[in-house]
Design a protein around this ligand. Structure first.
Ligand code: FES
Length: 158
């Protein structure tokens, strides 16, 4: 990994943007990586602007590596102002672009963020903003520590 990329990841991990559960989120998506077992959850809030439904803000929680945290941090900043279609079309590489090109061994870290985003947007087509009970959802940590009774929906990326 280049020194520049390492420095950017370190800076993002030290001061992550949009970290934490979002109250009153309109959508939430969770994904787990079969490659490393890391997990990431993303919350999204929409708003209407000029007759379009766009992402107002996105936040995340991660039980993942530093690269995944750094990508989620920059990605949640990139997503603000995007339509659902625009957000859905973004690849992990595009979501990680502010950090620079990731080495092949770290590409799945960006795909974890892409997967959580896609999972969150999967039932939010172009319909008017709908409210899912995200605000009452347990945190990722709650669900992970709740044992086998937890109803966490995990989408494994292939
Ligand atoms: Fe698994 Fe980075 S090593 S998400």
């Amino acid at each position: 990994m280049s020194e520049d990329l390492e420095a950017k990841i370190e800076a993002a991990v030290k001061n992550p943007r949009n970290l934490g559960e979002m109250e009153n989120a309109d959508a939430v998506g969770t994904v787990g990586s079969p490659d490393c077992g890391d997990m990431l959850r993303m919350w999204i809030k929409f708003k209407e602007e000029d007759g379009r439904k766009i992402i107002d803000r996105a936040t995340f929680q991660s039980f993942g590596c530093q690269t995944a945290i750094a990508v989620a941090s920059v990605a949640t900043e990139l997503l603000a102002g995007k339509t659902i279609a625009e957000a859905k079309s973004m690849s992990g590489e595009e979501l990680a672009a502010p950090l620079g090109a990731l080495p092949p061994v770290r590409i799945h870290c960006a795909q974890l963020v892409e997967g959580a985003l896609r999972n969150a947007l999967s039932d939010n087509k172009d319909a008017p903003a709908q409210t899912k009970p995200a605000a009452t959802s347990p945190t990722l940590m709650d669900q992970l520590s709740a044992g086998t009774g937890a109803k966490v929906k995990i989408v494994m990326k292939s």
